[in-house]
Design a protein around this ligand. Structure first.
Ligand code: AMP
Length: 543
C-alpha cells in the first residue's frame, strides 16, 4: 500500500520559488570585473533568471541540451545555473584551469550548444572556438559598456541579451531524474570524465549538506563559497544557501587573493566559508602579515585535499572552527565531514589533534566501506587500510556517454580511488589516492600522513611526498618541500629529524628536496603526476 502523500518531484526549480517568496530580501554580493561589489537580492536574482530563460527560449534548445559556462563565482553565473537547468537544459560548468586541449575535448564531448563566459576567459575561448564548431553562440557575462572586442562567433553581451525581456516565465514541469548539471572530473590521466547530476540528486545533496554537523546553514549565515562554481557546483552552496536563506558572498576572480577574501569576510560579516587548503593558506598568510582579524567568521569547511594541522590550528587562533570535508566530483561532492568540534570535550588535546584531521563521518545518505585487494570488507578499526567504496542517491552510477568502467565494477558501489581507514566511531581518514600510495617492501605508507607531519613544521610553507623507486624496497618516500619566506635556513637534517617520534621509523622519508614551488592541478591540488615526472631521474643519497 502506498502512502497518501503528494508525489511532488524534487526539482531545483522549487529552490528559486522558495527563495523568492521566503527569503526574497536576502542579499547576494559579488565581485565582478565590471563591479567590485555588486549587490542585490534573491528576488532580483531569480527575476533575472526568468528573464534569461525567456531570452534563450527562442534558441531551439531541446530538453537535456547542454549549456556551458566558463565563469567565476558571481551572480550572473548563478542566474545562468538556474535559468538553464530549470528550463530543462543542463548547465555544464567548465573548469577554465584545465589545459586547452582538455577544454576542447569536454566542450565537444558535452556537445555544448552555447557557452556563457566571463570576460576574463574571452581570449582563451577565442583560441578554443575554431575547434568547437558545435557551439552556436558565446555569451559574455558582462554589461554592454564593458563588452570586449572579440572574434568569437555569434558573441553576445549578457546584459544586452536580457535587457527589457519579460520576467514572466512558467518553468516547465520536469522529471526529478532529469539531468540539471554536468561537471567533468579533472583526472590526471586520460580524458576528463563527465558526471551528470539530476535535479533529485542535487536537491537531496543540498538538504544533506545543510545539516548542523555538516555545513550547518541557516538564514542567519553569510556564506562565502570560495570553492569554484566550476568545481562540483561550489560544493552545493548555490543550491543550499537559497534553500536555507543564507546571504551569499561571491568572490569572483579574487578567490585566491587573501586580501580580497579578508575584506569580504569583514565587510560582509561572513560567518561560514568553504574552500581547498591552498586558499586558506593565502587567507591565513594575509591575516598574519596584516594582523587583521576575522571576527564574524565562525567556521570553514576545508576539503578537496587533506587539511594540514597547521591550517586547523591557525584558524583556532582566530576563533574559527575548521571542519574537514571529503568528497568527489562523482559524489556531488560531499561524502563525509568532520564535526568532532561539537564533541570537543570528549577528547584530550592530543587525540583531538589527530581526530580533527580525519575526513570525518559519512553524512546521512552516504554509505561507505573499505575493502582489500580481493574485495573483502575490512574492519572499522582505524588501522586497516583499504580501497574506499561508497553508495548513495547523490553518487554517480556511471559517466556521461561512456561505457562501464572500473569504478563501477561492483554493482551498486562506486570505487572512489581513495585508500582509507575507518575507526570504530565511523571517522574515515584518507591515507592516499590509490595511485599515490607508497609501497615500501610490500607495505603501504600514507603520503598524506607524512605531508601532514611536514606541514606542521613552522618553517614549511607546503609539502608533498611521492613514492620514488628504490632498488631494495621498490619504493621509498621522497619529501619535497617549499620553505616559508623566513624559513630559508631550514636544512635537510632538521626537516627529516622532525619526523622522529611522529611516525613509524620505517615511514620516515628517505630524503628531502627543497623547491621554490609545487605544481598544482586545475582544482588547486598538488599535481603529483608532474612531481613524479620532475623527479623521475632522482636517486636517493644512499644509492
Ligand atoms: P575532485 O573530484 O576533484 O573533487 O577530487 C576528489 C578527490 O580529492 C578525492 O577522491 C580525494 O582524493 C581528494 N580529497 C577530497 N577531499 C579530501 C580530504 N578531505 N582529504 C584528502 N583527500 C581529499
Amino acid at each position: 500500500m502506498h502512502g497518501l502523500m503528494m508525489d511532488m518531484p524534487l526539482l531545483i526549480t522549487s529552490i528559486i520559488q522558495h527563495a523568492e517568496r521566503v527569503n526574497g530580501d536576502q542579499e547576494i554580493v559579488s565581485v565582478t570585473r565590471d563591479n567590485p561589489r555588486h549587490r542585490y537580492t534573491y528576488r532580483e536574482a531569480f527575476e533575472r533568471s526568468r528573464q534569461l530563460a525567456n531570452a534563450i527560449s527562442p534558441w531551439g534548445l531541446q530538453r537535456g541540451d547542454r549549456i556551458g559556462t566558463l565563469a567565476w563565482n558571481d551572480y550572473r553565473h548563478l542566474e545562468t545555473y538556474y535559468a538553464s537547468a530549470c528550463s530543462g537544459y543542463v548547465c555544464h560548468t567548465i573548469n577554465p584551469r584545465l589545459f586547452p586541449e582538455q577544454l576542447v575535448y569536454i566542450i565537444n564531448h558535452a556537445e555544448d550548444r552555447y557557452v556563457f563566459l566571463d570576460p576574463d576567459f574571452v581570449p582563451l575561448a577565442e583560441k578554443l572556438a575554431p575547434q568547437c564548431p558545435g557551439v552556436e553562440g558565446w555569451i559574455v557575462l558582462t554589461s554592454a559598456q564593458h563588452m570586449p572586442e572579440t572574434t568569437l562567433p555569434n558573441a553576445m553581451c549578457y546584459e544586452t541579451l536580457i535587457e527589457g525581456v519579460s520576467s514572466d516565465f512558467e518553468w516547465p514541469e520536469l522529471d526529478e531524474r532529469d539531468a540539471c548539471a554536468l561537471c567533468y572530473t579533472s583526472g590526471t590521466t586520460g580524458n576528463p570524465k563527465g558526471v551528470l547530476y539530476s535535479h533529485r540528486s542535487t536537491m537531496l545533496h543540498a538538504y544533506a549538506t545543510m545539516m548542523p554537523d555538516a555545513m550547518g546553514l541557516s538564514a542567519s549565515d553569510v556564506v562565502l563559497p570560495i570553492v569554484p562554481m566550476f568545481h562540483v557546483n561550489a560544493w552545493g552552496n548555490p543550491y543550499s544557501c537559497p534553500m536555507a536563506g543564507s546571504k551569499l558572498v561571491f568572490p569572483g576572480n579574487k578567490m585566491g587573493d587573501g586580501e580580497t577574501l579578508a575584506n569580504l569576510i569583514n565587510e560582509e560579516q561572513v560567518t561560514m566559508s568553504a574552500g581547498v587548503p591552498t586558499v586558506w593558506l593565502a587567507l591565513l598568510a594575509h591575516l598574519k602579515a596584516t594582523e587583521k582579524q576575522v571576527e564574524s567568521l565562525k567556521r570553514v569547511v576545508v576539503g578537496g585535499a587533506a587539511c594540514p594541522l597547521a591550517i586547523a590550528e591557525q584558524f583556532d587562533a582566530y576563533g574559527v572552527v575548521a571542519r574537514v570535508g571529503w568528497g568527489m566530483t562523482e559524489m556531488s561532492p560531499l561524502g563525509t565531514i568532520n564535526a568532532s568540534d561539537t564533541q570537543r570535550e570528549r577528547f584530550s588535546e592530543e587525540d583531538f589533534s589527530r581526530l580533527r584531521l580525519k575526513a570525518g563521518r559519512a553524512i546521512f545518505g552516504v554509505e561507505m566501506k573499505i575493502v582489500d585487494e580481493e574485495g573483502q570488507e575490512l574492519p572499522w578499526d582505524g588501522k586497516a587500510f583499504g580501497a574506499l567504496k561508497v553508495r548513495g542517491p547523490w553518487i554517480c552510477s556511471g559517466y556521461f556517454k561512456r561505457d562501464a568502467d572500473g569504478a563501477h565494477e561492483e554493482a551498486g558501489w562506486f570505487e572512489t580511488g581513495d585508500v582509507a581507514t575507518i575507526d570504530p566511531e565511523g571517522y574515515m581518514a584518507i591515507t592516499d589516492r590509490t595511485k599515490d600510495v607508497i609501497k615500501s617492501g610490500g607495505e603501504w605508507i600514507s603520503s598524506i600522513e607524512l605531508e601532514n607531519v611536514a606541514m606542521s613544521h613552522p618553517k614549511v610553507a607546503e609539502a608533498a611526498v611521492i613514492g620514488h623507486y628504490h632498488p631494495k624496497w621498490s619504493e621509498r618516500p621522497l619529501l619535497i618541500v617549499v620553505r616559508k619566506g623566513d624559513g630559508q635556513d631550514l636544512a635537510a637534517d632538521d626537516m627529516l629529524g622532525w619526523f622522529e617520534g611522529k611516525v613509524a621509523t620505517w615511514w620516515k622519508p628517505d630524503a628531502v628536496e627543497f623547491v621554490d614551488e609545487l605544481p598544482h592541478g586545475a582544482t588547486g591540488k598538488i599535481h603529483k603526476v608532474s612531481l613524479r615526472e620532475q623527479f623521475k631521474d632522482y636517486s636517493f643519497p644512499d644509492q
